[in-house]
Design a protein around this ligand. Structure first.
Ligand code: PGA
Length: 253
């Protein structure tokens, strides 16, 4: 079975102390995860080490960074490299979140470089894609999101693309309280899997976890995750609340 993943994306929220308290609260719930399930916490850079310590060596709990620079190292004041993230024992990195595409002008071409540098440093990219409301309203969402995958991922050989986690996050559903219906999520996930299958073959497409993101919460996670091509979620707002995120982890199938 594909990995089923509940990924928390804290974004630019919580102080160090608040982050510690939240991780303690969730880890104290002792939610056991079977081998095909994973809980991942994407925390701000200064908290990576602390978060890594909090999850200790609990099976199937991991930490992610929220971004990395596309180059190996150098005179880029304020930036954080994939190598640095790996060197503090972190295994995942979110790449191409819509907020980074929108506010930091990250393009498909730049994101393909970020994907490469992450893979070079043995970090698993959680690659985000998703359309805006005008694109959905014009009926071009399938084409648009497939284009994001093609432009940033399809240069990879099959054995590398299998290591990627994809997160489909329609921009109109992020932080708006408006989720895609579980059917809309399923339709897009099935479409993306078919696009991957066309390029790499069905067996490769069948191994790739595709997470849904956009206003996932404790009360809607079971229904969304029950869809056959939805392999968990990337969660913003609701991941800042221990009870909510615990319910989302428990909703994994
Ligand atoms: P949200 O954010 O759960 O607050 O909608 C999801 C995301 O941006 O990853």
């Amino acid at each position: 079975m594909r990995h089923q993943i509940a990924a928390a994306n804290w974004k630019m929220n919580l102080t160090y102390k608040q982050g510690k308290i939240l991780l303690d609260e969730i880890m104290n719930k002792q939610i056991a995860l079977e081998p095909h399930k994973k809980a991942i916490f994407a925390v701000p850079f200064p908290y990576l080490r602390m978060a890594k310590k909090k999850i200790k060596d609990r099976e199937n709990y991991s930490i992610a960074a929220q971004n990395c620079h596309h180059l190996k190292s150098g005179a880029y004041t304020g930036e954080v490299s994939a190598e640095m993230i790996k060197s503090v024992g972190v295994g995942f990195v979110i790449i191409g979140h819509s907020e980074r595409r929108q506010y930091f002008n990250e393009t498909d071409a730049l994101l393909s470089e970020k994907v490469n540098i992450a893979i070079d440093h043995h970090l698993t990219p959680i690659f985000c894609c998703g359309e805006s409301l005008p694109i959905r309203e014009s009926g071009k969402e399938n084409e648009f999101v497939a284009g994001q995958l093609k432009n940033s991922l399809f240069h990879l050989p099959a054995e590398q693309i299998q290591k990627i986690v994809v997160a489909y996050e329609p921009i109109w559903a992020i932080g708006t309280g408006k989720t895609a219906s579980s059917q809309q999520a399923q339709d897009m996930h099935a479409w993306l899997r078919s696009v991957i299958a066309k390029q790499y073959g069905q067996p490769v497409a069948d191994t790739i976890s595709i997470l849904y993101g956009g206003s996932v919460k404790g009360s809607n996670a079971v229904e969304i995750f029950s869809q056959p091509d939805v392999d968990g979620g990337l969660v913003g707002g609701a991941s800042l609340n221990g009870e909510e995120f615990a319910a989302i982890i428990r909703a994994l199938k």
